[in-house]
Design a binder for this molecule. Structure first.
Ligand code: GUN
Length: 317
């Protein structure tokens, strides 16, 4: 590849804000607002065609502080987009059998098009068993093995929200992914693994780094696109970022001062990168927007409308 920046990248017509060193800040908040607007229109269309709004059940077990913030935000965003939110708050003492019974009831509830069980679950619960119990047609997180398998086989249906948010943001800013050398740092089921599958689907050449990776620095240094999904403040030094690279920081970490920071050392990275997501205001809002998009997509699919009828279901438009 020639040049410092990923090839055939077009600048966003929206007029991006330059970072201190000239990198373009990928404004997740603004793009998420745009996605949410289109979701609201699709939700309205669904309601007028089928006589009820799309419905999303957001289940929280226990009172993990960070989860409570995310869940509140997801429920509020639902209401704003014209999606009916079914709140299910269970105490930390809930047994796995009780949670599974709730999931089964939601699977059968006709008003519920999407089911999200907020992770992490309290100790002692097997998240895999819970994810497996969600009806794949209502799996707005894209965590069910059927949806993971479909993504792996290049026929995605319901796709994990954060990786989808990365793809949507790249698309919005004209970052061409085909042929790009991409490094994903972190190999979780929620972000790292589906992120690698999404980038592969988009035609990138993908490396996934994890705790067994021998030379993380070398893998980051040669990447034209980096996705950091580790959950450790400043885990990736800015000086590792290749000049002109696109940096997507999924981490949201609260440091001692109370400030929220990402997994990448922001200022030095922004001086080198071609594009970078801020924290907060990057992938956080995008994840929620893609969740809402998935909920409306699930609603249309369950009602018998083809995904193509839902105006670009995959990318959440
Ligand atoms: N916990 C952190 N991120 C997520 C997510 O995307 N979905 C769910 N269900 N739980 C999470």
């Amino acid at each position: 590849m020639s040049g410092d920046r990923p090839s055939s990248a077009a600048r966003s017509p929206a007029g991006p804000t330059p970072a201190p060193g000239g990198a373009i800040i990928l404004d997740g908040k603004a793009v998420a607002a745009k996605v949410r607007q289109s979701v609201a229109m699709r939700a309205l269309e669904f309601a007028s065609r089928f006589g009820r709004p799309p419905g999303l059940a957001v289940v929280q077990v226990g009172e993990d502080a960070a989860s409570s913030v995310y869940v509140r935000s997801k429920r509020k965003s639902c209401a704003e987009a014209g999606i009916e939110s079914f709140a299910q708050d269970l105490p930390a003492t809930t047994s796995e059998a009780q949670l599974l019974a709730l999931v089964h009831a939601l699977n059968l509830d006709e008003r519920v098009d999407g089911i999200l069980v907020q992770l992490p679950l309290p100790k002692g619960m097997d998240a895999n068993r819970v994810m497996d119990a969600v009806d794949p047609a209502k799996d707005v997180d894209g965590f069910h093995p059927l949806n993971t398998g479909l993504l792996a086989q290049k026929r995605p249906l319901l796709r994990p929200c954060t990786p989808l948010g990365v793809i949507r943001l790249a698309e919005e800013y004209g970052i061409a992914l085909r042929g790009l050398r991409a490094t994903v740092v972190g190999a979780s089921n929620i972000v790292g693994r589906p992120m690698a599958l999404e980038l592969l689907l988009a035609g990138a050449t993908v490396t996934v780094c994890h705790t067994g990776t021998r030379d993380l620095r070398a893998e980051v240094e040669r990447a034209e696109l980096v996705v950091a999904a580790v959950g450790k403040a400043g885990f990736i030094p800015g000086e590792w970022v290749r000049p002109g690279a696109a940096v997507f920081d999924v981490g949201i970490n609260r440091i001692a001062s109370g400030k929220l920071v990402g997994d990448v050392e922001y200022e030095p990275a922004a001086r080198r990168a071609g594009w970078i997501t801020p924290v907060p205001g990057g992938l956080g809002p995008m994840t929620i927007a893609m969740l809402l998009a998935n909920a409306v997509t699930a609603a249309f699919m369950r009602a018998g409308a083809k995904p193509s009828d839902t105006a670009g279901a995959g990318a959440g438009r």
